[in-house]
Design a protein around this ligand. Structure first.
Ligand SMILES: *Cc1c(COP(=O)(O)O)cnc(C)c1O
Length: 345
């Protein structure tokens, strides 16, 4: 079955992945999901024979409807040739019997590089079909901003605006963003915390006046946050690739289950793992690791999501998040795709 995408909040208007990449977020405020996820599995035995790019091609072919095979090859080559420290892209290292997936070997040293090196290419292919230009709006708690600006720097027909919470990103992150080159990048400090910045960006996406104004210049709004499926789907790849490396190292047998512990903020990374599991990756458990802003720990332990709590500034600002956007996608699947329920929540 060809994957199609719908809002988590309404059972209507199926669109291709390509269209969903362009739109970023559904007009009703929901996130794009594929209702059929999990009905078909990827061939694990085949995947573990491939390299990173090969696995990427399999995952993208299964999920990214609307793109031709050549377009996907092009995106993968542009993103993952020469931009990371080595062709391994995301090496797994043995640290005293604990296996660490090193996601920080990309151009800006943020794990977000894995997805943000390829999203601009997905978007630029989608734009080619429409003759339009895209303005990317992105909220960042620190890492996304630099990785996104770096990924979009001077990519044709795109521009990017990044919003970060004033005085709430690290000194290095501030300098990384403030010194970004490119004629199509802009960065703004916002009074408030990350959640304020993200809420504001979400509001801009739903602003009909702004949309109309931009439409006159053939500009569409899109997002580089992990609410965009073009950000989420590339992250599925490294779960399979990590598994392949463990098999190759002789740590596990093919088919054996593994667990992942995932530092979590906006719930994109760990959700990509959940998607990988739905696509057939043998997983025992995902550990959703929080810092002092442990709204997700509480939710998963007690079933209550209480964002009305003090926002604690920590040394891991990328996890200082109280409104964990991608959780909505998990709720969609966990509620057996009950869009009414999700919209209500
Ligand atoms: C973004 C980020 C996180 C949070 O990842 P999510 O996908 O938003 O859950 C955790 N750690 C670091 C270093 C990050 O950059």
């Amino acid at each position: 079955m060809k994957p199609y995408y719908q809002s988590t909040r309404k059972n209507a208007d199926p669109i291709s992945a390509k269209e969903a990449v362009l739109q970023g977020i559904s007009p009703d405020g929901g996130l794009f999901v594929w209702p059929g996820l999990g009905q078909e599995k990827l061939n694990l035995n085949k995947l573990i024979q491939l390299d990173y790019k090969g696995i990427a091609k399999e995952v993208f072919t299964a999920l990214l409807s609307g793109y031709t095979s050549e377009e996907l090859d092009d995106c993968i080559e542009n993103a993952y040739t020469g931009s990371f420290e080595s062709d391994e892209i995301t090496p797994v290292k043995d640290v005293d019997g604990i296996y660490i997936l090193e996601l920080f070997r990309g151009p800006t040293s943020a794990f977000k590089d894995v997805a943000l090196t390829i999203l601009p290419w997905f978007l630029s292919k989608a734009l080619n079909d429409t003759g339009k230009k895209a303005l990317i709006l992105t909220a960042t708690s620190g890492d996304t901003g630099k990785a996104a600006m770096s990924g979009f720097e001077d990519v044709d027909n795109t521009g990017i605006c990044v919003f970060y919470p004033h005085n709430k990103v690290s000194a290095v992150q501030y300098k990384q963003m403030a010194t970004q080159s490119g004629g199509n990048v802009k960065v703004f400090a916002v009074e408030g915390n990350f959640d304020d910045a993200q809420s504001m960006v979400k509001k801009l996406f739903l602003d009909e006046d702004l949309k109309e104004k931009l439409a006159r210049d053939d500009i569409v709004l899109s997002s580089a946050n992990s609410i965009n499926i073009g950000r989420l789907i590339p992250q599925i790849v490294y779960y399979f690739d990590a598994y392949r490396q463990l098999v190759n190292k002789g740590v596990i047998q093919t088919g054996e289950k593994v667990s992942f512990s995932v530092p979590t903020g906006n719930f994109g990374d760990v959700l990509a793992g959940y998607y990988a599991m739905q696509l057939g990756l043998p997983v025992e458990k995902f550990y959703v690791a929080s810092n002092a802003n442990n709204v997700l720990t509480e939710f998963l332990a007690c079933g209550t999501y209480n964002r009305n709590r003090p926002f604690i500034q920590t040394i891991s600002p990328s996890m200082d998040i109280l409104i964990s956007s991608n959780l909505e996608r998990l709720l969609y699947y966990a509620s057996n795709k009950d869009t009414e329920k999700v919209a209500g929540w």
